[in-house]
Design a protein around this ligand. Structure first.
Ligand SMILES: *Cc1c(COP(=O)(O)O)cnc(C)c1O
Length: 370
């Protein structure tokens, strides 16, 4: 018999019967894309759920990043983090922008605001931080620097669905924020994403840009792209949104169990909840200190794999280590010591809504029994 694998994530799927009812409506209307009924409904439902004024849906989480940079006319150099999924920096590259990597804060994994100023040059036009693992960046400190130097701030908030600080959405920080609704994320539309903006004019402009720049049948207001979400995935998203709170609570319970079991394991550390923050438990990274734990990160990672526990080394290697970016001055490891330390010690444990009690126990035992 094939051994059952415990995967790092598992997609939240809508009830098939319910989805079928939506599909029937779509088949009846024959309206399958281009700002249809479910697209509009999902934008409104997400704005309500996320407590943000405007949402524009996209076909994935990479295109809103690329489009945000276009919409704000960002050029030259942008300060960003190497500790993220590679799409963050790729979005800059696709806009002909030079990424400038700044080190992270060891306590959070996020861009260290204290190190941003030293990386600003006359060519710097923006900062692109990431709320890594859904942990909120120090948005006040980042905004202060941005205001002082006249820089825009675009947050890659792909991990931060539903994250709030003192009851306020983290997605309201900066000029624009972007989300990913990829299958692996807390909330998914199979593939999908969104941009969050503060005002109606920007929402309108983004809606044009994601549809080739069409403002109406005969007017193209700018060099747009095609990054619209279709009706089928919008309907899927509407159903999934109704069960996402339950999924986040199930993840929370897994996090509680992991923390309880691993708190006193020598050489293993993890993040605790931050005061005043509504977390989404999108990931559960642990950090292995080889000397204390008695095994390297990779030894533990492969041992887990052998036992059917499929963690992932997010985010190893760092983006600054990929061939496209390695040659940049700011990619030098000596510039990014904290990011390297984190990338070399991290394993993200299985974390999703459908983990069973026995799965969680298997993961814990794998780490405890050396
Ligand atoms: C998932 C992810 C993206 C890309 O989203 P897609 O929907 O897969 O295009 C971008 N940035 C970060 C940090 C991500 O984790």
């Amino acid at each position: 018999m094939e051994k059952k694998m415990i995967t790092v994530t598992s997609p939240l799927l809508p009830d098939l019967g319910e989805f079928n009812e939506y599909l029937q409506k779509i088949w009846d209307s024959k309206w399958i894309t281009n700002n249809g009924q479910f697209h509009r409904e999902l934008e409104q439902a997400l704005a309500d759920y996320l407590k943000v004024p405007y949402v524009s849906l996209f076909t994935n989480g990479t295109l809103p990043l690329i489009t945000a940079l276009q919409a704000l006319h960002i050029t030259g150099e942008v300060i960003t983090t190497p500790y993220s999924f590679v799409a963050t920096t790729h979005a800059l590259w696709w806009n002909g922008i030079k990424p400038v990597f700044v080190d992270i804060d060891q306590a959070t994994g996020n861009l260290d605001p204290n190190k941003i100023e030293a990386a600003i040059t006359p060519r710097t036009t923006a900062i692109m931080p990431v709320h890594v693992y859904g942990k909120p960046c120090d948005v006040a400190a980042i905004q202060e620097i941005a205001d002082q130097y006249g820089l825009k701030v675009i947050y890659d908030a792909a991990h931060a669905f539903g994250v709030e600080v003192n009851g306020k959405s983290i997605l309201e920080a900066g000029d624009l924020s972007t989300l990913s609704f990829h299958a692996t994320k807390v909330y998914n539309t199979i593939e999908g994403g969104a941009m969050i903006m503060h005002d109606e004019t920007t929402k309108k402009r983004i809606d044009y840009l994601k549809n080739f720049g069409f403002a109406n049948e005969t007017t193209v207001v700018g060099p747009g792209i095609n990054s619209k979400m279709d009706e089928i995935r919008s309907a899927y998203g509407l159903i999934n949104l109704r069960q996402v709170d339950k999924a986040i609570e199930a993840r929370h319970q897994v996090a509680v169990k992991y923390r309880e079991a691993l708190r006193n394991v020598d050489g293993i550390t993890f993040f605790d909840d931050m005061p005043g923050v509504r977390h989404n438990y999108s990931y559960f990274p642990i950090f292995v200190e080889a000397k204390k734990y008695g095994m390297t990160r990779d030894e533990l990672y492969f041992k887990m794999k052998d036992q059917g526990v499929l963690g992932r080394r997010y985010f190893y290697p760092l983006i600054s280590e990929f061939s496209t970016y390695r040659g940049l001055e700011s990619a030098a490891p000596s510039n990014l010591p904290n990011a390297h330390k984190m990338a070399d010690s991290v394993i993200c444990l299985p974390m999703h809504h459908a983990l069973r009690e026995e799965d969680v126990k298997s993961v814990i035992n794998c780490i405890i029994n050396k």
